[in-house]
Design a protein around this ligand. Structure first.
Ligand code: URA
Length: 449
């Protein structure tokens, strides 16, 4: 087999076989296929697409390119959740403990933030002492003991994706549905959970800027996940506004603890209950409505918070600050952003808010950048709110004390008008797994080996 022939076949719009796809993924991961040939194939896939079968084979080849986590030592049903990335998205810190409090195990490997979106691992590391790098045995021990454990992704998880994503990033081949689906799902399949809930964000703070793009991604994740033998549900949710009011690592942990303590912003609470309820339903805990009731009870009874605190303790984190969030360290400097005119906030460029937070030091533009856990934005007003001229829109926090660029970016993200805007629903759509017929089973058997 020659990579040249595979490139030519896809260039001419033909379907690649499983063997050809596996040859490409394995060869590129091992360094036997060059960047220029891999780039040519990626561009051919970008232009001519892949059918469902090819996408399944690409996903599985990428999942198999490194370690596949074996969670058989974790007792009971195992669920995972994944967000495609947004601003102020701290749902894992809440939905995972809710699911754990209701008897589902969550052994989760999360990522760091990059660009304008945050990452769960950075948020957890803003809790003093919390270790995100644990041995596999300890990860499983904590999951069995507390119901959940959240660690960083192992170095050898879907290495094909790591290499291919870096190449797509510099060859203008990111925005391809089969490439995005295989990238997201290969990592999730390699982490070993049986049930997965995807939170596919749609809007200005997401990489899917339109609802239609997010719906297509959700449908494809669910369908390809089902062929991979996983139970998958996807929610398409609004990211035209940040979730909650806090953006930035320790600010977001504080807000998550507020929700776990029975308070916090209603949009954040609602979405976390829905994600957790879908995780419970996938794991056989009942019908969705029943699972929603279980999830709400786990929050109001304090059981979800107990699970979160127990996990943080097992990871070596400081739990005193979770019991009293006023003990969380605060940034050295703060800056109040005031409205230059009165009116309704009619639109928010949420990506710009994420960039403002990054400029304050809360994020990184390169993988190895250091971040300031205390930096970020505390919103006072959100889309649809009415504000008087001169009233406070937000408080920016940073340890470097230079707010000019971030404040300018923040202000440029907001549009004001005289009429209240239409607010889209937070949960736009739900997509459930489709039945895999017996004729399709041979494919299923092959890919789930
Ligand atoms: N997130 C991923 O992990 N991969 C993509 O290709 C896009 C978003």
């Amino acid at each position: 087999m020659r990579i040249y022939d595979i490139i030519r076949k896809k260039r001419d719009g033909k379907e690649l076989s499983d063997e050809e796809i596996t040859f490409f993924v394995d060869g590129y991961t091992l360094g036997e296929i060059s960047d220029y040939q891999a780039s040519a194939l990626l561009m051919a896939i970008f232009i001519n697409g892949m059918n469902r079968r090819e996408t399944v084979d690409l996903t599985m080849a990428m999942a198999r390119s490194g370690d596949i986590s074996d969670l058989s030592a974790v007792s009971g049903a195992k669920a995972d959740k994944h967000s495609t990335g947004g601003v102020g998205d701290k749902t894992t810190l809440i939905a995972a403990p809710i699911a754990a409090a209701c008897g589902v195990k969550v052994a989760k490997m999360s990522g760091r933030g990059l660009g304008h979106t945050g990452g769960t691992i950075d948020k957890l590391e803003s809790i003093a002492g919390y270790k995100t790098d644990l041995s596999k045995d300890r990860f499983i021990e904590i999951t069995n003991k507390t119901g959940l454990s959240i660690i960083g992704q192992s170095g050898n998880l879907a290495p094909a994706d790591k290499k291919l994503y870096a190449l797509r990033d510099v060859t203008a081949t990111i925005e391809s549905l089969p490439l995005i689906v295989s990238s997201i799902l290969s990592k999730k399949i390699a982490t070993g959970a049986d049930c997965m809930v995807f939170d596919v964000k749609a809007g200005s703070g997401s990489f899917c800027k339109t609802t239609v793009e997010a719906q297509r991604l959700a449908q494809e994740l669910v369908a390809v996940g089902a062929y991979a033998g996983k139970k998958v549900t996807a929610l398409v949710t609004d990211m035209d506004s940040p979730l909650g009011y806090a953006i930035g690592n320790s600010l977001e942990v504080i807000e998550a603890v507020e929700v776990l303590s029975g308070g916090g912003p209603s949009d954040l609470r609602l979405l976390c209950v829905e994600i957790a309820a879908e995780m419970l339903a996938l794991c056989g805990k009942g019908e969705l409505e029943q699972c929603r009731g279980l999830a709400q009870k786990a929050l109001t009874s304090g059981q979800a918070k107990k699970c979160f605190v127990a996990m943080v303790k097992e990871h070596g984190g400081d739990t005193k600050i979770l019991e009293d969030t006023s003990r969380f360290p605060r940034a050295l400097y703060s800056y109040s952003v005031k409205a230059e005119r009165g009116g309704y906030i009619t639109a928010v460029d949420t990506e710009r808010l994420g960039i403002a937070s990054l400029l304050l030091g809360a994020g990184r533009t390169k993988k190895d950048d250091r971040i300031d856990y205390l930096a970020g934005i505390s919103l006072r007003k959100k889309k649809g709110d009415y504000i008087e001229k001169g009233a406070e829109l937000a408080v920016l926090y940073a340890s470097h004390g230079n707010f000019d660029e971030a404040a300018e970016m923040f202000v440029s993200a907001l549009t004001f008008g005289d009429e209240a805007p239409k607010i889209s629903p937070l949960i736009i759509e739900r997509t459930y797994s489709t039945f895999i017929s017996s004729q399709q089973k041979p494919i299923w058997n092959r890919i789930s080996q």
